[in-house]
Design a protein around this ligand. Structure first.
Ligand SMILES: C[S@@+](CC[C@H](N)C(=O)[O-])C[C@H]1O[C@@H](n2cnc3c(N)ncnc32)[C@H](O)[C@@H]1O
Length: 304
């Protein structure tokens, strides 16, 4: 991501959640606020881009739909990105609730983008100190949008602008009301892909040093096979090409079989790992539409 550019992929993930909430049943993840956070002209711009790309790459299929809404519905459901975005969001919030049941009362959303949790789940927010950590450009965009909407910021929501590539997360959290003596829950959704490997590992290591035992981190990641020419699933290859064209290339993946070994030296232990099969069985089995878990995508829950 360039230094002063808002994350285009964060706008797209919000679009995916808003589209799903508006048009799909049953819901995998229910985000009633995603569309509000995305200005109407931005929603239209994303839809136009998606349709233009479809017509360009697969004109026969694009022409087979009776109207643009049906074409968009098929695109969203069958694309790699939307299924990842929806299932990881539900996974993170399920894990958060489990951590809260053990007494965790700090939630740090790393790379928050247009995550609507702070306004969507007042029942949980009331019991938390909440931190949204993001690149300053993306966070600035979101805060400007929230000001336009006139939504009142919860008192216990704290914004922490950080560029993971050039700033120490630990220092920035230390400047906030984050309490390093109390266990915390961290989500890192849709972020590991875009950072160099050493920054992902350094960020996880910082969290392990910063947060006490009893803290949890949830993240999603691509396996390394996705970066091997000829081995990547076609729709994942299209996603890689698309995000690169937006100026946010996916750079980093991990080997699922050795993930545990890689994080132990950082002070972290793998608590739960979900493969594409696990993800499919948990959130997609039995659906009659085109959503299915994404090849090469894994979820990890790790304990400090
Ligand atoms: C694909 S979006 C995911 C947003 C949100 N977590 C979601 O699931 O919708 C990637 C997020 O990572 C953030 N990000 C990317 N590179 C970053 C960096 N170097 N420092 C801080 N945040 C970064 C972007 O600003 C953006 O919010």
């Amino acid at each position: 991501m360039q230094a002063d550019q808002i994350s285009r992929t964060a706008l797209f993930t919000a679009y995916s959640r808003g589209f799903h909430h508006t048009y799909d049943q049953p819901v995998i993840f229910s985000d009633s606020l995603a569309y509000s956070l995305l200005p109407l002209e931005e929603q239209d711009r994303i839809a136009m881009l998606l349709l233009a790309g479809f017509r360009l790459t697969n004109p026969a299929a694009a022409a087979s739909f009776a109207d643009t809404q049906s074409a968009l519905g098929w695109l969203m459901q069958s694309s790699a990105a939307a299924s990842i975005v929806l299932s990881r969001a539900q996974y993170a919030e399920d894990c958060l609730e489990q951590s809260m049941a053990t007494g965790v009362s700090q939630y740090v959303i790393l790379g928050a983008g247009l995550d609507s949790f702070a306004y969507r789940r007042p029942d949980l927010v009331a019991k938390l100190n909440l931190f949204e950590v993001d690149h300053p450009a993306t966070q600035g965009y979101k805060r400007q949008r929230l000001a336009e909407l006139g939504w009142r910021q919860p008192q216990n929501l704290h914004y922490v602008p950080v560029d993971f590539n050039s700033q120490k997360l630990r220092d920035r959290l230390a400047d906030s009301p984050f309490n390093p003596d109390r266990p915390a829950f961290f989500s890192l959704l849709g972020v590991t892909y875009y950072l160099p490997r050493e920054i992902v590992l350094a960020t996880l290591a910082e969290l392990a040093r910063l947060a006490p035992a009893g803290s949890t981190i949830v993240f999603d990641y691509l396996d390394e096979e996705a970066f091997v020419p000829g081995k990547c699933a076609p729709r994942v290859q299209r996603m890689l090409d698309h995000v690169a064209s937006l100026g946010e290339p996916m750079l980093t993946g991990f080997e699922p079989l050795t993930l545990s070994e890689q994080i132990i030296p950082l002070g972290l232990g793998l608590q739960e790992h979900l493969s594409p099969w696990d993800i499919h069985n948990r959130w997609f089995l039995g659906r009659s539409d085109h959503y299915r878990a994404c090849e090469h995508i894994h979820f990890a829950r790790v304990a400090v």
